[in-house]
Design a protein around this ligand. Sequence first.
Ligand code: HPA
Ligand code: ZN
Length: 329
Amino acid sequence: MSLLDFIKKSPKAELHLHIEGTLEPEQMFALAKRNNIHIPFKNINEAKKAYNFSNLESFLKIYYEGAKVLVKEQDFFDLTWAYALKCKEDNIVHAEIFFDPQTHTDRGISFDVVINGIYKALQKAQKEFGLSFKIIMCFLRHLDEKEGFKVLDEALAHKDKIYGVGLDSSETDNPPNKYEKLFKKAIKYGFITVAHAGEEGPPEYIWEALNLLNVKRIDHGVQCLKDEKLVEKLSENQIPLTVCPLSNIKLRVFNKLEDHSLKKMLDKKLMVMVNSDDPAYFGGYLNQNLIETQAALNLSKNEVKTLLINSFKSSFLSEEKKKEWINQI
Ligand code: HPA
Ligand code: ZN
């Protein structure tokens, strides 16, 4: 089998995916019309042209603007269903999906509308083509910790649907230590924790996520290579880093894919895998990320296989399920 076919046909897990980041321009326009919402683009081409980012902050501005077209439960269902169909296409058999309730509740949309739409679409995908999933609720780190406590309490009514909590949005100047009490409370409620750290921010933020937020995984984490002691700790404990190569290029964390540190991370025996982050904005879903990264870094078939195996090892699936999928790669 060619390496390309191996990538396309192997089962895989996606662990770093913001559901709001799967809103394709075509769907954004359709929902804007359906809900009579103004969007700041004249047409689909103009929207696509605006997806030219200089850093995380410049992306977030457009991403939050786009999310305004999501109003009704059916909108969240349609958004999530479209991603589920991409999973089928890319042979993603397990997806752990982020959603940002505050992006919606701050506009007057109820928490129930958001979670029910997402959950019902994933349940349908599970029933129709066997997609397994976990939902992770992210706190927006540019907002106060106080705001986070409010959504955490709302999440309790949906504890059966939400597996864990995470931390996303503007990393610079919003270190994990700002959310220590919130994460302690989430853990007390029984949620597992993850956090974006070391995307643009310093290695210190990764230390804080581990030591203060007790995270099971670090989202991105590519800045860890600046700190040898941290690399040692991450490698020894096989703490997963959910790397997103095309995202890192679009947000200029690296100049070009050939400069990406993923291969160095594999060489250092770090627990890394590939993810798409916000595929509608960053130029491709999971297979596209794998295909382009393999080519740019000249990854061997064994290295690609390690990435796919790591996607299951790093997931929140049962040990038994992990083994089953890994045996099929
Ligand atoms: N980083 C931080 N916040 C985000 C991202 C990201 O890559 N995508 C969506 N929200
Ligand atoms: Zn992300």
